[in-house]
Design a protein around this ligand. Structure first.
Ligand code: IMP
Ligand code: MG
Length: 186
């Protein structure tokens, strides 16, 4: 079904176990953070499109009362394996003042995307703001512009697809995190 796949980097079962762990930590942290608040507002802000699969898995493991307010971001110009710049393609959620916000994305690479989204949300003065990513690419500490509070897996600096991540819009539906054959990325 996926002849373009080179190898499986993270299998779906391993992902499921890890999402359990992340969800448990997030629940503990949000409960602690909102303890004593009469009507805490929790808002998840997923970054489209890459986060959709991770988001679907994560939210069903969070037995909390929260809203979901998406933001659409695209990297440009055109090149699929590198992000050269970031463009916000949708309105940002408004009214996050005083809310407990959890931003959810597929992967933290250069950090450009998350940095921009985080800074824009910060301007609204949320009560708390945390970042959660399914994957993070390993890189020297001094090159990292931003760190996530919750990281599913730290992976080598390879281009991966599946579990929501795409190449030219394809392969998001692969259940595992995989690499592609070289000739599939021409
Ligand atoms: P950053 O802004 O450089 O951190 O890039 C983050 C965005 O680039 C992610 O949300 C992905 O959409 C995309 N991206 C980065 N690395 C990969 C990859 O290995 N495969 C697929 N998409 C990636
Ligand atoms: Mg993305």
């Amino acid at each position: 079904m996926f002849p373009d796949v080179d190898r499986v980097l993270i299998h779906r079962d391993e992902i499921a176990r890890r999402v359990d762990e992340l969800a448990a930590r997030i629940v503990t942290d949000l409960r602690a953070e909102t303890a004593g608040e009469e009507e805490p507002r929790i808002v998840l802000v997923p970054i489209l499109t890459g986060s959709i699969v991770f988001l679907a898995d994560l939210i069903r493991r969070l037995p909390l009362k929260f809203r979901i307010d998406v933001v659409a971001v695209s990297s440009y110009p055109g090149k699929s394996v590198e992000s050269k710049g970031v463009k916000i393609r949708s309105e940002l959620p408004t009214n996050l003042r005083g809310a407990h916000v959890l931003v959810v994305d597929d992967i933290l690479d250069s950090g450009q995307t998350l940095q921009i989204v985080r800074d824009l949300i910060r301007e609204q003065r949320p009560a708390s703001l945390r970042l959660c990513v399914a994957l993070e690419k390993q890189m020297p500490e001094e090159e990292r512009r931003i760190t996530a509070d919750y990281v599913g897996f730290s992976i080598p600096n390879l281009f991966v697809v599946g579990y929501g991540l795409d190449f030219n819009g394809f392969y998001r539906n692969h259940p595992d995190v995989v690499t592609l054959k070289r000739d599939a990325m021409q």
